[in-house]
Write a protein that binds this ligand. Structure first.
Ligand SMILES: Cc1ncc(CO)c(N)n1
Length: 216
């Protein structure tokens, strides 16, 4: 069994909880209050900055040059492509203020950057994997179950359910699995722990948006 298959099994309960979250079901049927989506957009713009830099650090640290190129391209994707989507959303939903980074996003972003900087690079690869994989799975799930007409959040759904995002997700899974083949059991356990922590933080990210959680 690949490392990724066993890792996904450990987070299946978290994924099952995610697709039942009100943020997701309301995004799917278009009923999500604008205020909650705006909070999400603002936080996600901060998140993508941290995520992009974490990917660039992995790109700098990873051994094989082709893997380095892959992570540098993922970093570019996070910073350029997704930010462009966010900026068009900022326009469309009249969100003109950049706002402040709130606790959950702060926690997740710094978890990714510190893992990418200080842990073994394969552990860092495992930490960033749910950002691809959970979004792809959630995007596909929403796409298959959505209310098709007049959903104001269609562009978001199409981005993550799209073929291109699917390809980079698969590429990240494959690279991480190949890297895992060289490791000891103890190192694989650390990878799975990082994968699980990031998956919990994906849940918390949507949860914090639904409840508009801010610093006290
Ligand atoms: C919180 C979060 N995780 C993953 C993605 C997908 O890159 C995103 N845009 N935001």
């Amino acid at each position: 069994m690949n490392w990724s298959d066993s890792a996904w099994k450990t987070i299946e309960p978290i994924y099952d909880k995610i697709i039942e979250m009100p943020f997701i079901t309301e995004l799917m049927n278009g009923a999500l209050p604008l205020e909650k989506f705006q909070y999400y957009m603002v936080q996600d713009a901060f998140y993508l900055d941290h995520f992009g830099r974490a990917l660039a650090i992995i790109g700098a640290r990873v051994d094989k040059v082709e893997d380095s190129l892959a992570y540098i391209k993922f970093a570019e994707g996070a910073i350029v492509v997704e930010k462009a989507l966010h900026e068009s959303y900022f326009e469309e939903f009249q969100q003109y203020e950049r706002g402040k980074i709130q606790p959950t996003c702060h926690h997740y972003g710094h978890f990714l950057k510190s893992t990418a900087s200080l842990d073994q690079v394969e552990v860092a690869m495992a930490a960033v994997l749910p950002c691809f994989w959970i979004y792809k799975r959630v995007g596909d799930y929403i796409y298959e179950n959505q209310k098709k007409e007049g959903n104001p959040y269609q562009k978001w759904i199409d981005t993550y359910a799209g073929e291109e995002f699917g390809l980079i997700t698969q590429q990240a899974i494959n690279i991480t699995d190949a890297a895992a083949k060289e490791l000891t059991k103890a190192q694989l356990t650390k990878m799975t722990e990082a994968f699980k922590t990031a998956s919990h933080l994906e849940y918390e990210f949507w949860n914090s948006a639904y409840h508009l959680k801010k610093w006290e």
